[in-house]
Design a protein around this ligand. Structure first.
Ligand code: SF4
Ligand code: SF4
Length: 251
């Protein structure tokens, strides 16, 4: 819709993923709004209104649902992961894992950088923003940075940007804490063979399916889950399903 609106100049959805207008309503990504307000050092009412709409939307849809269903970098990182896994199988690369708390450190660093410099530094290097602008307005030199990230993920550390750096993912993860849309795990019937953990892009959220880990018979999967649904499709026993808290099961 972004691309078509721009290309045909029909003004339905103007702008890019970081900030846009949908039939006249302002929509602003939570992290971008925070960066802009920190850089300007005051609360901008238009940003607050645009952000509230987006916040409500992603609370309803599941927080990191943004990552698996909207973020263009997620798709490229998925392909990079497939190449990484192929090379790893051939013993040509090994995955260099890092401490996941790094993501929080980067979140703070980017916030401080915006405050100290008066520039939204993260926006300049965010692959989400770069790719979304490239898809709408055409490619630019910034795509070289995205290529460098993908190169790093293929040859050194699988999904490094999403797992250890991206503040957008962390922000939407926090939103996901109060979202009613979630994946629920039922211990009954689970064989613990781990097919779900092999397909999951954030496998630490499925630690609960490891034999002996679950202390309840029904366990909601944590907010870092991107609600991609791959585990639901893969589970042979139906032990994982989508649920809308307080309402009926979706699958
Ligand atoms: S963590 Fe960041 S880059 Fe990765 S999918 Fe989510 S928003 Fe996109
Ligand atoms: S595979 Fe399942 S647990 Fe992992 S991110 Fe997707 S929906 Fe969440």
């Amino acid at each position: 819709m972004f691309t078509f609106s721009f290309f045909f100049d029909i003004q339905i959805l103007e702008g890019a993923l970081t900030a846009s207008r949908f039939v006249g309503f302002h929509l602003i990504d939570l992290n971008s709004a925070l960066q802009v307000m920190l850089a300007h050092k005051h609360i901008i009412m238009n940003l607050v209104i645009g952000t509230s709409t987006v916040l409500l939307l992603w609370i309803l849809l599941g927080g990191r649902t943004f990552c698996s269903w909207v973020c263009p970098y997620h798709l490229l990182a998925e392909w990079a992961e497939k190449i990484h896994l192929y090379l790893a199988k051939k013993k040509l690369v090994t995955d260099q894992t890092m401490d996941r708390r790094l993501r929080t450190v980067f979140w703070v660093i980017f916030a401080l950088l915006a405050f100290a410099t008066g520039y939204t530094v993260f926006e300049a290097i965010s692959p989400t923003g770069i790719l979304s602008r490239a898809l709408i307005y055409g490619p630019g030199l910034a795509l070289l940075w995205v290529l460098a990230l993908l190169f790093f993920e293929v040859f050194f550390s699988c999904r490094a940007w999403c797992r250890y750096a991206c503040p957008i993912g962390l922000t939407y993860g926090v939103v996901g804490i109060i979202s009613p849309v979630r994946i629920i795990y039922k211990l009954d019937g689970c064989f613990h063979e781990g097919d779900c953990r092999k397909v999951c892009l954030v496998p630490h959220v499925l630690d609960t399916v490891i034999k002996g880990r679950a202390v309840e018979t029904e366990v909601p999967i944590g907010p870092d889950c991107t609600r991609c649904g791959l585990c639901v499709d893969t589970c042979p026993t139906g032990s994982l399903s989508f649920e809308v808290k307080g309402l009926t099961k979706l699958a």
